[in-house]
Ligand binder design. Sequence first.
Ligand code: PNS
Length: 166
Amino acid sequence: MIRAIYPGSFDPVTLGHLDIIERAAKTVDELIVGVLNNGGKTPMFSIDERVSMLEEVTEEIPNIKVLSFSGLLVDFAKQTGATTVVRGLRAISDFEYELQMAQTNRKMYPLLDTMFLATSLEYSYLSSTTVKEVAFFDGDIREFVPESVISKVQDRVRAAKQKGRT
Ligand code: PNS
């Protein structure tokens, strides 16, 4: 029985994330999408909003649970009984950080292994940060995020701009 965690900020979830989720869910018995709730940078969406967007876009996949976590990933893995972490690799530039994270996590919790999935070619350029930037300058994000997420990002951008004007 393989229980895996796919951790991330998901601010917001992109089609690249969804691609990894769908493929990982076929590979493991149970996939927990772990949404990071650590302070630091201010996200566009609250933790509850990010969890509910992920629940909505993964509702058809039976072996998925979406949970938030704070603190260390290794502690979340211990709490949930997960022994595998799933991460997507888009390009060589991701590799250094991802390898460091995988090795640090394994040092802290030797039972925890990281499995890397190569991002599908059509999403290799995509990140939540670029989605927000394109939306901010009124670009078309329809090919970047799931359908139900498009208007949520656009509404948030509109509200931020309005607030900036007042
Ligand atoms: O989508 P992201 O922002 O690239 O995801 C990064 C994430 C959430 C996987 C990483 O920041 C993380 O695991 N944070 C939890 C804190 C932690 O365990 N840090 C030590 C890992 S080296």
